[in-house]
Design a binder for this molecule. Structure first.
Ligand SMILES: *Cc1c(COP(=O)(O)O)cnc(C)c1O
Length: 355
């Protein structure tokens, strides 16, 4: 039976990425060696990093004056590196869920963290839009897609530079990089396997604070060394390159955004139509295109376990919701074909007929 992979992360990857990576595990770039066995400083692997950096810049239309890095430590290390490198006395954070809170926690080690707004009052089921950002904050941090709560945030208007955690929606829609001093994303949602972290940082934003920065945590060190200050995660970076090639071939971020909107609409329409289910995000413009969260309608609450078993038996994998929301979460990242979304919709309709 066909499996439909709705896991939130690590998550579905394009067939292209898996095939090309599998080939390179056995014979990388005609070297007769595995991509896991070659020096990161070999000309073949340096070419991988160079092409990946160039494709990131091309696909996201990164302006001059920005550096693209492939680091390790996940988005979680970026929660720390961002304030370490960029925060003066104060930084502003928009609190839209678990990941925002974790980012704020790390920033508090360095100075005053101003929470400009929070949707904690409604279990993060909406995005606050009216708020003021202190003019003396070094930056405003936001999470562009809330993987757990199924909401998306458009780049806020602010009088200070933006810093964004784009782990779960990078390359899913266009982004105005120029508004940002820093964008970071763990690879394992929309780009590749876990183990690589994409960083896009504005060169000019660095070196402005007095704090001493440990070598490994200093973006400038990684920029000078072109992501090779220490050994990068070679296999994950190779896989990321394959996904970037796949995305370019498909028409880039603008093309995939259209597909993502279409995919999400198919699923949200069914959730809104089907009497058994309801969305956890009432405001349609706040709904994520990448993580579709939904629960049983209150009068059918007792069917939750039955639907999970029913859907699992039909090949729907990874749709159990995060414990802080409950219900279900279907992650529909770039690599997910619309056929899988349709299969889930068919399953929901069959389940409705059954009841
Ligand atoms: C998954 C995720 C993270 C955590 O990333 P790690 O790479 O595990 O550190 C952070 N932020 C968002 C938005 C995520 O979806």
């Amino acid at each position: 039976m066909k499996k439909h992979n709705f896991y939130a992360g690590p998550s579905i990857l394009p067939e292209y990425t898996k095939e090309k990576t599998a080939e390179a595990v056995l014979n990388f770039a005609g070297t007769g060696l595995s991509v896991m066995e070659v020096s990161h400083r070999s000309k073949e692997f340096v070419a991988v990093v160079d092409e990946a950096v160039a494709l990131v810049k091309e696909l996201l239309k990164v302006p001059e004056g920005y550096s693209v890095l492939f680091l390790q430590g996940g988005a979680s290390l970026q929660f720390l590196m961002a304030p370490y490198n960029l925060m003066g006395l104060k930084a502003a954070y928009l609190n839209t869920g678990v990941w925002s809170k974790k980012a704020m926690k790390e920033a508090k080690f360095f100075g005053e963290v101003v929470e400009v707004a929070s949707s904690a009052d409604a279990n993060f089921n909406y995005i606050p839009k009216q708020f003021d950002t202190p003019a003396d904050a070094s930056y405003l941090h936001y999470t562009s897609n809330n993987t757990i709560f199924g909401t998306k945030v458009n780049a806020p208007e602010a009088n200070v530079p933006l810093v964004a955690d784009m782990s779960s929606d990078i390359f899913s829609r266009p982004v105005d990089v120029a508004k940002h001093d820093l964008i970071y994303a763990g690879a394992q949602k929309n780009l590749g396997p876990s183990g690589a972290t994409l960083v896009i940082v504005k060169d000019e934003a660095l070196g402005k604070i007095d704090r001493v920065i440990p070598t490994m945590l200093d973006y400038r060190i990684h920029i000078q060394n072109e992501s090779m200050f220490n050994t990068p995660s070679t296999l994950p970076v190779f896989a990321c390159l394959q996904t970037l090639r796949w995305l370019k071939e498909l028409g880039g971020v603008e093309a995939i955004e259209k597909i993502n909107i279409e995919k999400a609409a198919v699923l949200y329409d069914e959730i809104d139509r089907n009497k058994l289910f309801q969305s956890t995000v009432p405001n349609k413009e706040d709904r994520s295109l990448m993580n579709v969260t939904f629960v049983m309608a209150p009068e059918f609450a007792e069917l939750e376990k039955e639907f999970l078993d029913f859907a699992t038996a039909k090949g729907m994998i990874g749709i159990k919701g995060h414990r802080s929301v409950g219900g279900f979460r279907a992650s529909t990242y770039n690599a997910m074909p619309i056929e899988s979304v349709q299969a889930l919709v068919d399953t929901m309709q069959e389940f409705e007929k059954k009841h």
